[in-house]
Design a protein around this ligand. Structure first.
Ligand code: ATR
Length: 287
């Protein structure tokens, strides 16, 4: 890297644990692009200054990922937001043009769908149960309501019911959420009848965390998808496996959103060989 290198990176707080640099830096290296992907841990009171500097012609930054807790908060800084990101009202990828215009994308939503395709899970007429109603739930819930392969039902539970009510109220202003039913307890998710259970909560990030779902509710026809990818086997996924369910963690979604983000920044389609190297870099980093 020299003084002319283009800079890309991830903003959030905290971001020290992020695996994204592994994936993007290997892609820059493979393509022979003089660019580097960095971590930008930003406190809330630093956001205004950071975004103001992005507009300066001397700024070397040409693309960003956005993670917790800023995926909704960055919207106000962006000149353009894609129709999908506008529906979800969350942005995880920003392209900064040569003219220093900021364009916001949501690559989380298509990434989740791509990973489901890879897992050969078709959502059409399926019964889906979701745990959590935070920032990660927003993109997943929204996209499941929008796709033509419409699920039969989506039951969703959050520890704080008011937060779930607010999320549904907000999404339903722009999206048909008629298949979504908020429920008051994990039992009411009817997991024994569900085809897909998705954990969007942060429970499982710490090794001492419990599994939110009891093994008695798990069954062989269930796919349990935990958005957490580090640790790769959360207590929920261990419970699910013990109960005979198929399991997947969020590394696939991280990979697909990163590929989509990179392709936006570089305006190229990555070939399979580079994509494989990106995925291997993530897998190595998560273990
Ligand atoms: P993210 O953007 O990763 O979704 P977040 O917006 O902070 O992060 O949301 C975290 C989610 O995990 C929320 O649904 C949160 O529930 P609350 O809305 O009740 O806070 C959920 N969560 C965190 N700790 C939890 C716990 N111990 N039990 C159940 N849910 C929990």
């Amino acid at each position: 890297m020299d003084a002319q290198s283009a800079v890309y990176g991830i903003i959030g707080y905290p971001v020290a644990h992020s695996l994204s640099p592994l994936m993007h830096n290997i892609a820059f290296k493979e393509l022979g692009v003089d660019a580097v992907y960095k971590l930008f841990p930003l406190k809330e009171n630093e956001l205004d200054g950071f975004f103001a500097r992005l507009h300066e012609s001397s700024s070397p930054i040409f693309g960003l990922n956005v993670t917790v807790p800023y995926k909704e908060r960055v919207l106000k800084y962006l000149g353009n937001i894609t129709p999908l990101a506008q529906k979800i009202m969350a942005v995880n990828t920003i392209v900064i043009t040569k003219e220093r215009k900021l364009i916001g994308y949501n690559t989380d939503a298509p990434a989740f769908l791509s990973h489901l395709v890879e897992l050969q899970f078709n959502t059409r007429e399926k019964k889906i149960a979701i745990l959590g109603a935070g920032g990660s739930a927003r993109a997943i819930l929204a996209v499941l309501c929008m796709i033509p392969e419409r699920p039969d039902s989506i039951k969703i539970y959050n520890r704080t019911p008011q937060r779930l009510d607010h999320l549904l109220e907000d999404l339903s202003a722009r999206i048909d959420t008629s298949i979504v039913q908020p429920v008051a307890s994990i039992d009411d998710l009817d997991i024994p009848e569900a085809d897909l259970l998705i954990n969007t909560t942060s429970v499982g990030l710490k090794p001492e965390d419990p599994s939110l779902v009891d093994v008695d509710l798990i069954h062989r026809k269930l796919l349990v998808y935990d958005l957490i990818y580090n640790p790769p086997m959360t207590p929920l996924l261990k419970t699910a496996r013990a109960g005979g369910a198929r399991v997947a963690n969020g590394l696939g979604m991280l990979y697909y959103q990163g590929v989509l983000a990179f392709q936006r920044w570089a305006n190229v389609l990555l070939d399979d060989d580079i994509k494989l190297k990106m995925r291997q870099a993530l897998e190595k980093g998560a273990n």
